[in-house]
Ligand binder design. Structure first.
Ligand code: SF4
Length: 403
């Protein structure tokens, strides 16, 4: 879109073209897309020449969507960037003919490129986790070539980015479909060579695909942060089997031990689903015990909700909603306690923070292990590395002062 002459605006209401990029992996995400689409309707009423386009995995049955959201100008399947750009080009020429005037552009942005950017490197997934809709909506794995990714990251860095997160539904599978089969370790090495890029992260990892080469790359490449997101989903073998996750709890434990052995001080995050069909109290407690014993820095916990079309949606959803909520709260309370203890160990320590922005009068940034840190200072710290002494630590964030 930048090549076509556009720049981002801060508010959708100011834009000539609004592209809603969607994810519907969870029902709540799908609900948010619908809410956001409804909130854009007044914009279209007020400025009919403004374009509203929707892309991503919300776009499934196009004719049904067109009927439901008649004020949306175009829908594009996930990753159909070419379709979007062709549509915009024909829209531009139609508009020029109609108005004999160039498009209005809005320039309300103080900073075009964030300090920390996301770069998709592999789309889709070849796994068959029974609760997951990604395979249905995003299709099979398709990796982007290493050169193309390096070029994109270089562009972002030229415009001010200092950190990139390489993204994939299963990022560890990167490259197997490309000529010469480069893997994620090769990609990390290639991106690592970019000057003025300071930090590299990647997510999300799959426990069965996290090869030793990837762990070694994190351990040996200084720009790759000590931060790994590796969803376990359940701490019970029978539940993992019903989820078709492809590993056992014991294999997961050994993987965590290997990661911690190779990457000292690594920040580990995980995802957990509670109330999966057939999950007994004992099976839930196995998850609880695994989290208690592993002590992750971050745990994202979700109560299971069936997604139509998935294999798990055909299993009886037999854990009552209140019970799922109870299990979710128990995990959250446990994690709050653990994360608070882990973060308090940093009290009095000095950490390196990459500063992203100022929020409510305080600078906000993250440590290499992905911990959120706030500090106050009159200087301009955006996009800089600050040494911050931690003076307060809670489970979700920390406060400090410049060291
Ligand atoms: Fe979905 Fe992740 Fe399983 Fe792929 S690995 S099917 S994206 S949960």
């Amino acid at each position: 879109m930048e090549k076509l002459g556009y720049v981002p605006t801060r508010r959708a209401e100011d834009a000539d073209i609004v592209v809603l990029n969607t994810c519907v992996v969870r029902q709540s995400a799908e609900d948010r897309v619908i809410g956001r689409l409804s909130s854009l309707k007044p914009l279209k009423n007020k400025r009919p020449e403004a374009v509203i386009a929707v892309m991503g995995c919300f776009v499934d049955d196009m004719s049904a969507l067109q009927k439901r959201f008649p004020y949306v100008d175009a829908f594009f399947k996930p990753s159909d960037v070419k379709g979007l750009s062709e549509f915009i080009q024909s829209y531009q020429s139609a508009l020029r003919q109609a108005q004999d005037t160039a498009l209005r552009f809005t320039f309300h942005v103080s900073r075009l490129t964030p300090v920390s950017c996301y770069v998709p490197v592999i789309e889709g997934c070849d796994r068959f986790c029974t609760y997951c809709i990604v395979r249905l909506r995003r299709g099979q794995e398709r990796s982007r070539p290493v050169d193309e990714i390096v070029e994109e990251v270089r562009c972002l860095v030229e415009r001010g980015a200092r950190e990139v997160t390489l993204l994939g539904q299963n990022v560890d599978a990167y490259g197997h479909d490309l000529p010469g089969q480069p893997d994620l370790a090769d990609l990390l090495t290639a991106v690592h060579g970019i000057e003025n890029l300071w930090r590299i992260r990647f997510l999300t990892s799959h426990p069965a695909d996290m090869e030793e080469r990837i762990i070694d790359a994190v351990a040996s490449l200084p720009k790759v942060c000590e931060h790994i997101e590796i969803p376990v989903q359940s701490g019970d073998d029978a539940v993992l089997k019903r989820m078709v996750r492809g590993y056992t709890v014991d294999q997961y434990r050994r993987l965590v031990a290997k990661i911690r052995g190779r990457i000292p001080g690594v920040g580990l995050a995980t995802d957990v689903i509670v109330g999966f069909p057939g999950e007994t109290e004992e099976q839930f407690m196995n998850t609880y015990k695994l989290l208690e014993e592993t002590r992750f820095d971050v745990v994202h916990v979700a109560a299971y909700s069936p997604r139509p079309g998935t294999a798990a949606s055909r299993l009886p959803d037999d854990v009552p909603r209140e019970e799922k909520e109870r299990r979710r709260r128990i995990i959250e309370e446990l994690q709050e306690d653990i994360a608070g203890q882990i973060n308090r160990q940093l009290l009095g320590e000095t950490v390196e923070v990459l500063v992203e922005e100022k929020r409510k009068g305080k600078w906000k940034g993250r440590t290499r292990t992905h911990k959120l840190v706030f500090f106050q200072d009159d200087g301009d710290w955006q996009g800089k590395l600050a040494q911050v002494k931690i003076t307060w630590a809670g489970p979700w964030s920390m406060q400090g002062e410049l060291a």
